[in-house]
Design a protein around this ligand. Sequence first.
Ligand SMILES: Cc1cc2c(cc1C)N(C[C@H](O)[C@H](O)[C@H](O)COP(=O)(O)OP(=O)(O)OC[C@H]1O[C@@H](n3cnc4c(N)ncnc43)[C@H](O)[C@@H]1O)c1[nH]c(=O)[nH]c(=O)c1N2
Ligand SMILES: O=C(O)C(=O)Cc1ccccc1
Ligand SMILES: [Mn+2]
Length: 494
Amino acid sequence: MSCHHLMRRAFYSKHTFSQVKQLSRCWSSAAISPKVTPGFVAEVKNIVGGSNVSTADAVRDQHGHDESYHGVEPPDVVAFAESVDHVSQVAKLCNDNGVPLIPFGSGTGLEGGINASRGGLCLDVTKMNNILAVNAEDFDCQVECGVTRVTLNNYLRDTGLWFPIDPGADASLCGMCATSASGTNAVRYGTMRENTLNLEVVLADGRVINTAGEGRRTKKTSAGYNLTNLFVGSEGTLGIITKASLRLSGIPEATISATCHFPDVQSAVDTTVQVLQCGIPMARIEFLDEVSIDACNKYSHLDLTVAPSLFLEFHGFEAGLQEQTKTVEELVKMNNGSEFRWATDVDERNHLWKARHDILYACMALRPGSKPYSTDVCVPISNLPEVIVRTKEMIKEAGIIGPIVGHVGDGNFHIFYPVHPDDHETLKKIKDVSYEMALIAMELNGTCTGEHGIGIGKRDLLVKEIGEEGLNVMKQIKACLDPNGIMNPGKVFF
Ligand SMILES: Cc1cc2c(cc1C)N(C[C@H](O)[C@H](O)[C@H](O)COP(=O)(O)OP(=O)(O)OC[C@H]1O[C@@H](n3cnc4c(N)ncnc43)[C@H](O)[C@@H]1O)c1[nH]c(=O)[nH]c(=O)c1N2
Ligand SMILES: O=C(O)C(=O)Cc1ccccc1
Ligand SMILES: [Mn+2]
């Protein structure tokens, strides 16, 4: 471990989040990575232009954290790339000088993926924001890395198509590739893995590749190794994704949303499992426990019954939807659930789903001043009731608050633990329960992260999930593509 890394570790373990935020400014002018010299910064300026480089404290702080509870670890320098050529030249420069390079999409990650734990250069790609092609008849498009999903969907509005992967946050599409994001629509439309056709990637040494071959954008291919999915979920540790070819879907002719509540968690989750086992093509099936509903009511001005609930959405043709909703209503009743409360018009629907997407902020508002310690596990759907019920027991025993929300249709759920960063006793309990929950999920054939990634928060769980040999293969791939270890060091692996 390098000297500056040890220094940072010691520093962050002794200080609270807000102290660190303030104190980080004290060392802002001193380069943490000794390799980021004034000469290095001058060369970066030569490549991207002086106005696209900043060593200002505010800019570095802003780029030194995502939306998670992890503290601020600012990079030494931030560069804004405007083209793939910029990215390639900056990567080569970092590689030649052994300077850590951290790709920055839009900073909405939840596992500390953009923290500059070892200093270095943060490469912000938000200026690379062109939508390059929409092939409506083929249901695909090509975007530059900085395009966000809301921008793409606004652009597509008149085509009858949309990009359905929806993590709630307005993340960059290539950041979503990098974390293998999913969210509420994945139960019907899949995750970034199923919706990415091809990627342009700049490797650590500046080489540019197209993972499926230049210009290819087919739904299927059997040509060689799947390089596209090697980079999906690579969290900036293998290269910088500069363009993505993505699948699009048709906007459904009819959409209906509804909510219903249940006497307990088990009956809501049992209903979900039965709905899916009946083969009903749900577009969204989201679980919120009573604490989450209460938070939503207060934050988003809803008046839902405070009880474990499902938020449902059906996509299809009018006639088909009637059949589907009828069957689901019957299953809800069989499990002692309530009548449906419908959200049919577009404003009502948008309000409901905005409330669902704002749940992170709604839960934070339950404890003003808290930071979100969030968890994310995923299990085969039939094991979902067991992992949720066992976790609820642990939360009760530990005497902590932990609202549960889940993309239950995928067997994926989160717990939000509001915690004051200086409340070390509660933080320890939360960490223990989260760790134990991940172990239970893995014991039940699941994963320690369904969609937020490993980042810095789950590195010790990765080896337990993949096994020593599997992890060694991952490290060999990393060493092959990034022999000097400059790409987002300290993420995914220690
Ligand atoms: C309120 C709220 C709600 C949610 C979520 C966030 C928030 C704030 N998320 C998480 C988040 O939106 C998700 O991780 C995004 O995919 C990250 O995209 P950014 O562009 O913000 O990447 P960000 O800049 O945060 O970077 C994330 C990681 O990707 C790397 N990276 C970024 N751009 C890259 C590029 N072009 N090339 C290579 N590496 C790159 C970074 O280095 C880092 O390791 C989520 N997620 C989810 O899947 N489902 C959900 O339901 C939610 N819900
Ligand atoms: O809202 C979601 O689906 C998220 O992934 C963000 C999140 C994470 C943890 C608790 C609540 C919300
Ligand atoms: Mn989620």
